[in-house]
Every structure is written in structure tokens, then in C-alpha cells.
Design a protein around this ligand. Structure first.
Ligand code: 6GU
Length: 227
């Protein structure tokens, strides 16, 4: 999968992409992330990328020309499956969207700043708008990092234990069961006997029960109940 990301602050994306699973995905050649600095398409000698909004009001808006020039250039060499604008008024990201998006070959992400991007880019280029939750970030970069991470770990071959993504919280609209590791007892706090029993089918039943109970208590909305 190739993910291209347009940003005015591409440095913000360096660190999250350089570690652990994201690093492995890229080293293995399963994920390629290209950071594009929108400033390179800015207007004039100051490489301007934002301007005051028509109609008045506080806050700058990212201009249509630099974004259009940047996207046009990228589309000369890449056909995108989706052009995604990260914005708090987009559709809230969930595991189902991540699963579907992870099947694509080429994605273009646009990170907004200030008051957002000129609406004409959304009308004429953007095919999908995603938010990562009901709160406001100062820019789309951290949201883009969240999206890249959530997709990268789903690509076949990225995780060590191929089955482990199958048991994530949300993968069946259930939260994950509790997990334990050594020691079996710490300060008198014991690991549930069942997990030490070696009885694999019973352990599987216990985990399913725990996942269900945890979901009922913490996220009944996932079960389609009201509370
Ligand atoms: Cl995608 N962008 C910004 N700026 N804030 C957000 C968001 C995105 N998702 C939640 N809050």
C-alpha cells in the first residue's frame, strides 16, 4: 500500500512513522508513506498556502491553488483509490472503515490546518472525509498518523503473529478480553486459574465470555443495546 500525505507540517509525521510496527511495515516494503510539503506549491516568493476567508471571520483558510497544483502533480504518477481529507466534520473513524481502507493500493491524505481547506477542494477532489473523534486537533497530521497506523498494522505480513489482528478489540464489535503474563502471582494478585489450566477450549470459552461481559459493561452501544 502506498499512502501519500499532503501537509504544511510534514515533520509532525516523522516520529510516529519511524518506530515499531510502522517501521517494520515500511522496511518490509509492505507500506510506503510519502510526505509532501504543501509549501513547495505555495504562491509567490513567500510560498503562501493560506489566506483570509471571504465573508470575514477569524482564522485562515488553506488556499485552493496550492492544493490543486499539488494534487494534480501527484495524480500525474498515481491513481488514488481514495482522496481523504482529515477533518473534525468528517465521518468518525472506526475499525470497519480501517478494514475496508486497508484493502486499497493508493491513498492520498490531506491534512488541514487553521480553519480548514477551501471548500472547492472538498467538492472537486476529495472522495472521503474522516474525523478521529469528537474533539478538535490543531491540524490533521496527528489524525493522519492515527489513520496510517491503524491501516498499516492490518496489511498482510506486517504483524508478527498474523492472527493477532483478528482478536483486537472492535474486530468483531467486541472489546478484547483481559490478558496476563508472568508471574502467576504478584503481591497475592492471582492470574485466573483457567488461563494456567492448559485446557485450550475452556480458555477460549472464558475469553469469549470475558469479551462479551466487558463489552456489555463498558460499551453496550457496540452490542446494539442502549445502555
Ligand atoms: Cl481529522 N482533524 C482535526 N483538526 N481535528 C480533529 C480530527 C481531524 N478528528 C478529530 N478532531
Amino acid at each position: 500500500m502506498q499512502i501519500d500525505i499532503i501537509s504544511v507540517l510534514p515533520e509532525l509525521l516523522h516520529s510516529p512513522l519511524e518506530h515499531s510496527i510502522m517501521k517494520r511495515a515500511q522496511t518490509k516494503g509492505l507500506l510506503t508513506v510519502n510526505l509532501i510539503d504543501l509549501r513547495e506549491y505555495g504562491l509567490g516568493k513567500h510560498r503562501q498556502v493560506d489566506d483570509y476567508q471571504f465573508g470575514g471571520g477569524a482564522g485562515m483558510v488553506m488556499m485552493v491553488e496550492p492544493l490543486a497544483a499539488c494534487i494534480d502533480r501527484l495524480q500525474e504518477s498515481t491513481t488514488y483509490d481514495e482522496i481523504i481529507y482529515l477533518t473534525p466534520d468528517g465521518k468518525t473513524l472506526n475499525q470497519g472503515i480501517c478494514n475496508r481502507l486497508s484493502l486499497n493500493n493508493n491513498l492520498l491524505l490531506i491534512c488541514g490546518h487553521y480553519k480548514g481547506i477551501d471548500e472547492r477542494i472538498r467538492e472537486h477532489y476529495v472522495t472521503m472525509e474522516i474525523s478521529i473523534g469528537d474533539y478538535v486537533l490543531s491540524g490533521g497530521e496527528l489524525a493522519a498518523a492515527v489513520l496510517v497506523d491503524s491501516l498499516g498494522r492490518l496489511l498482510p505480513g506486517v504483524l508478527n503473529d498474523e492472527t493477532s489482528a483478528l482478536f483486537d478489540s472492535f474486530q468483531d464489535d467486541l472489546l478484547a478480553p483481559p490478558v496476563y503474563t508472568r508471574p502467576a502471582e504478584f503481591r497475592g494478585w492471582k492470574v485466573p486459574d483457567i488461563l494456567l489450566s492448559g485446557n485450550t477450549p475452556k480458555i477460549e470459552d472464558w475469553r469469549n465470555d470475558q469479551a462479551m461481559e466487558r463489552t456489555r459493561q463498558r460499551r453496550p452501544d457496540l452490542l446494539g443495546d442502549e445502555d
